[in-house]
Design a protein around this ligand. Structure first.
Ligand code: TLP
Length: 342
């Protein structure tokens, strides 16, 4: 029996599975800063193997994972290219400017995908006046575009243009397993078009804490040093890495259920006259309830009445499906909401 977690706010709200709690309890530990926590080492090895990379690094969060990778790729004063609504640019507290002293050059994407010709235009030529462009950051799935899965073909096109100009490529793969499941491709087909990748364990994969970073050994070594600098060097971290191993090895296939549930939810809400604002490819449904005459207070009140957590922002919100929400729960929600809308 899956413990119910009726919370649409994010997939970050997921609770660890009973197996994860058990694994945390029994985890063998050591001092990870000294490199001798066997469970952390195993998680890092598994992450590198699954993604086809040389090395892995366990970090506290997606934000830290992106930060240490961006820092590892760049020097103070470089310019980096990011999609204009990407999480790194939009939602990571300006860390790239504060910690990396980097310039951000944003490119608008089409459903989260930056076209190679637009990337190419944004790359600075060699000129005494210009900062050097050294890194391209891609996000897959793209959160604010609607949980959109970029295809291997799209990723390759961006990778090719970046490599033509000698740029590094970092993938914010917070939800890259959602992308691989939605597209029906091995995750390596996506990760091969990035030098470094950040993968969240604590979103749809349901681990309580952390992300893994993977990439070439030299860049991961640099990232490890930055992790220490940022205060992310953890000691007996096997306790939290053990659930991460289960996340990566046992929780990927079930993401399909989240995607199916998101589609069911979107269909149900759409029939009530609520506008579905995104293409529902993975576990996110972006809605606008103003067409049914509702304001945020109406949405908040209705969802609360039905026993769900969801918060409206300016006439709409994002609904995420995840472990702890099952098909029956979605059906009951749609049914209950339908009665309140009438
Ligand atoms: N996203 C969170 C919020 O920060 C918005 C969410 O609820 O979706 N990359 C992407 C694409 C993300 O969506 C997130 C978190 C992160 C990185 C950062 O991960 P954490 O929260 O672990 O620092």
């Amino acid at each position: 029996m899956v413990e119910k977690n009726l919370d649409f706010r994010s997939d970050t709200v997921t609770w660890p599975t009973p197996e994860m709690r058990e694994a945390a309890f029994k985890a063998k530990v050591g001092d990870d800063v000294m490199g001798d926590d066997p469970t952390v080492n195993e998680l890092e090895r598994i992450a590198a193997e699954i993604t086809g990379k040389e090395a892995g690094l366990f970090v506290t969060s997606g934000t830290m994972g992106n930060a240490v990778c961006v820092l590892a790729h760049t020097q103070r004063g470089d310019e980096i290219i990011l999609e204009q609504r990407s999480h790194i640019f939009y939602n990571e507290v300006g860390g790239l400017a504060v910690m990396g002293q980097l310039m951000a050059r944003t490119v608008p994407g089409e459903l989260g995908w930056m076209k190679p010709e637009d990337i190419e235009k944004a790359i600075r030529p060699d000129n005494i006046h210009f900062p050097p462009t050294t890194l391209l950051c891609i996000e897959n799935t793209h959160n604010s575009a609607g949980g959109i899965a970029l295809t291997p073909k799209q990723m390759k096109a961006d990778w090719d243009v970046a490599k033509k100009h000698g740029l590094g490529v970092h993938l914010d793969g917070a939800r890259v397993f959602n992308a691989s499941v939605a597209l029906g491709v091995d995750v390596k087909e996506l990760t091969k078009y990035a030098d470094t990748v950040q993968i969240c364990l604590s979103k749809g994969l349901s681990a309580p804490v952390g992300s893994v970073v993977v990439g070439p050994a030299d860049l991961v070594k640099k990232a490890r040093k930055y992790r220490k600098m940022l205060g992310g060097g953890m000691r007996q971290a096997g306790i939290i890495a053990a659930p991460g191993i289960i996340a990566m090895t046992k929780m990927v296939d079930r993401l399909k259920d989240d995607h199916d549930n998101a589609r069911l939810l979107a269909e149900g809400l759409g029939k009530m006259g609520i506008k579905i604002c995104n293409q529902v490819q993975t576990n996110m449904v972006y809605i606008d309830y103003t067409p049914i005459g509702w304001m945020d207070a109406d949405w908040d009140k209705a969802t609360k009445k039905l026993g769900w957590k969801s918060v409206g922002h300016g006439g709409g919100t994002r609904l995420c499906t995840h472990y702890g929400i099952e098909r029956e729960d979605i059906k009951a929600f749609v049914d209950g909401l339908g009665k309140l809308v009438k």
